[in-house]
Design a protein. Structure first.
Length: 344
């Protein structure tokens, strides 16, 4: 049923997009509003969806005579990879994609995928709010047909497993761990001693349940919103990555907006970012409480130093392969120093 719904949605999207692709433009034509379609892979109670609904209300309040915004949650428009491709072609206007997936479209995104790039959440947020850091990355896909317009908080990524608690990298040996479909994540697992199993997020629950994989790595809400905590009973705060989700927009659509329209959209992107981040804090607290009390998940807090040391070669190899990213990397390190936690 889900596959049929997805195929139907994709077909309808392609048909409805013909008007845009055949030259209707970015403003209302013949008195009709242009539909702006936004896809993402989270549930309707997820902070990302709540932020996008705030964006929808804002744009329709300011430009409701021209645009009708439609937000499609839960992979209704396809997997993240499929939605990125639809955004590239202009079949849809926007989608939310993981930074790890975008690495396959531009190697510049490799930087934000590095494990232990940020020392803590304060440094992470400050760096991602600095346009001198994000713009070179966000604009690197314009020739591919899309551009990042804002980032969304996806918290810290940590390992969670079915039967075996993870306290050191040695505990990952022999375990098949689902990772995002990114070369950096595959190499990270190799360095940590586990067996990387890349797959789409929608496939993870079934793979855990059927023991095709032994665990995965994600934020706390994957336990509750996606039911992974029903199967995995150990969640280990190794905090190996702080990877943002990214809202990308079709470049032709964005480029076709008037200056006044673009200014309103930019204000809307800032509102989306603000609402999503505020909702994230509350959602994580609720997810942890539910995971413990209803799913029986045990949260572990290992010493992360061994994990960090194992992953350091990824930093070195990335900077060697992409020396042009070194100034951005260095700018992030300055935020890490600025927000360094005091030693006890």
């Amino acid at each position: 049923m889900k596959m049929m719904s997805r195929l139907t949605a994709l077909t309808l999207t392609a048909v409805l997009a013909l008007g845009t692709l055949s030259g209707c433009g970015n403003t209302a034509s013949s008195g009709h509003k242009q539909i702006i379609r936004i896809g993402h892979n989270q549930s309707t109670n997820h902070p990302t969806h709540l932020g996008l609904k705030a964006f929808e209300s804002f744009i329709e309040e300011k430009l409701g005579d021209q645009y009708n915004v439609e937000v499609y949650p839960s992979e209704l428009l396809g997997s993240q990879n499929e939605m990125v491709q639809l955004t590239q072609t202009g079949a849809i206007n926007f989608c939310v994609a993981s930074n790890s997936l975008l690495e396959t479209f531009s190697s510049n995104y490799t930087l934000f995928n590095l494990p232990y790039l940020f020392s803590n959440s304060e440094a992470y947020h400050a760096a991602m709010d600095d346009t001198s850091i994000t713009d070179p990355i966000f604009k690197s896909t314009q020739q591919a047909g899309f551009e990042a317009v804002t980032w969304l908080d996806a918290g810290t990524r940590n390992f969670y497993t079915v039967n075996k608690p993870i306290n050191t990298p040695a505990d990952l040996k022999g375990l098949k761990i689902r990772v995002q479909q990114s070369p950096t994540n595959v190499e990270m697992m190799r360095l940590l001693g586990g067996a990387a199993t890349p797959m789409g997020f929608g496939e993870v629950y079934t793979a855990l349940q059927s023991k095709i994989i032994d665990g995965a790595e994600n934020n706390e809400m994957s336990l509750t919103d996606n039911g992974h905590g029903d199967v995995c009973k150990y969640y280990s705060y190794d905090m190996h990555q702080m990877i943002p989700d990214i809202l990308i927009g079709n470049f032709a659509f964005l480029n076709g907006l008037s200056d006044d329209e673009r200014a309103i959209f930019e204000e809307g992107f800032q509102l989306l970012n603000q609402v999503q981040r505020e909702e994230w804090v509350t959602a994580v607290e609720k997810a942890k409480e539910r995971a413990v009390n209803e799913q029986g998940v045990q949260f572990l807090y290992p010493d992360t130093r061994a994990f960090q040391e194992a992953c350091q070669p990824l930093h070195e190899s990335m900077l060697k392969a992409q020396p042009d990213l070194e100034p951005i990397y260095d700018a992030i390190q300055k935020y890490n120093e600025l927000y360094q936690e005091p030693q006890s």
